[in-house]
Ligand binder design. Sequence first.
Ligand code: C2E
Ligand code: MG
Ligand code: MG
Length: 578
Amino acid sequence: MNDNRYSGASEAELGFLKEIVRMLPAGLTVQDAHGELLLVNDAAAAQLGMDGSRPSPDLAPRREACRKALSAGQPVVTEEALHGGTARQVLLTTHRPVRLAGRELLISASSDITEQKNFEDQLFRSAYFDELTGLPSRRVIEHRANSLLAEKRGGERFALAFLDVDNFKHINDYYGHAVGDALLVELSKRLGRDLRDSDMLSRISGDEFLLLLSPIQSQDEVAEFMQSTLERLTAPFFIDNSEVFASTSVGISLYPDHGSSFETLRQNADVAMYRIKNGGKGSAAFFDSSMEREAQARMKVEQSLRLAILEKRFCCAFQSKVDIRTHAVKGIEALVRLRDDEGVIQAPGSFINLASELGLIDELTHLVLAEIVKSIDLINETFGAEATISINVAAKQASNSEFMRSFARALEETGFPNRFMIELTEDAFVAQNHFQDEILPTFRKLGVGISIDDFGTGYSSLSALADITADEIKIDRSFITDIHKRPRSQGILRAIESLSEALGMTVIAEGLESYEELAYLQAATKIRYAQGYYFSRPIFLEELKLATPLSSEARASVASRPHQQNRQGYSRASGYRR
Ligand code: C2E
Ligand code: MG
Ligand code: MG
């Protein structure tokens, strides 16, 4: 009786234990020596697809693991990937052999690590593949080049091409990032067409691609292949209802001719690409040693500019905007200069982009403003207290609302914000951001004028002018040079002129250099204002300080007089007054 009661309790206990095993969150199975399943709890049934929830996976690997663990007599830990249908399931399983009542059994406990595995795979993919285009990453192509180098010492040749999309920034700004991204995807498809299995195309950053061509027979063969690839890119891309044109500049280096390491080959291809960028763009060039010397010279200049920028050796030159009929000064433009290591004054063309890259452009603009404020008395004395003062702001800064807010505050703090104008290129206005409706109004409220600089050189069309709220439009020098001899430019000028008149914008002709150009503007157009060497080169105020004080009459003439100052406009021209 007692025994019975005891075994009854044990049965209940056993039932209870079975229930616990059944409900365990880990999959648990017991198999015999033949791999037959003696016990499968709910979690294991679901994992192995035995509950009818999905197609049964192949259990052969599990039987094999079972056989191994039993014959080893040791626990075995395995990672099992079960493919049921399209879904992949990964289990981490510990198989433990046990001996029970003379029988060899295998207890297996599995946890589902599918999610963790998927995450790991995703990490792996993002380390080795570009998410946008699906192309291998820089790491992969570097690895591939290195293994070619390792196996081919003194052996077969290969080519490494560095490709950079021309004006991608403009395309991004103009059409927006979604179109920019789609363009990169389409471009990578066109670039990748016609590649052999042994070639590799990789996207290494934003708009830069590397192409490895291996093996190659000759330079001519590579040149021909690149030519046909580039031709394929000239057809427009149709993205989001827009017809987008994109060309690519390519620099190519060859192994072993131009280097024996991946890094050298990549750099030399980059150097060759740079030559194309500065030339016609949209074509390809092979590296040669003259480029190397050029690159070294460039690097030296860059280093010295870097230092000058970091040490903030900036100063300002001022150039007047003149009424072409009365020669009165309407305003002045502050043009930043940099004093390099050797004390030579550099024009912004050589350092603005670098300053921007170094993250110093915003500070530079504040420094320009500070110099104006410091010199305001001298400015008033020289150009008159009514003259507007223009400051250039890069398009990239214009879309940075944090900078623009701080700049607006600084202009307000001068106490005379309505004397200022900011000059922005078209890109700033047409870029798809909130510049026009959110940032500009802050400046307008302060009475700061807005000017469109270098008009005609950007990506906007004449019709885009209608959507731009600006006070002044500066027609780029490229239209003004020899205007009297160029009927096409004359036509464009007339169109800009009448449109600006309708929109109430003042028109200024930039880069006026000769009497003939002036005579044309006066006789054939209604343009009132011009800026250019003909009237005045950019001047340094301290040069004026050194000179004898001027009468107010002489002042107007200094600021606007046609003169013969040296052509650089950047050197410390001595004796401004002649
Ligand atoms: P910009 O604003 O269009 O300035 C006019 C440029 O044309 C100046 O060149 C000026 O010296 C030059 N120029 C004026 N008249 C003539 C002429 O008759 N003939 C010729 N050939 N050139 C003339 P600069 O000073 O080298 O400045 C180049 C550009 O650098 C400026 O073009 C402007 O976009 C930018 N820049 C100048 N200062 C700043 C600044 O403080 N911040 C920023 N972000 N950019 C600046
Ligand atoms: Mg300007
Ligand atoms: Mg300009």
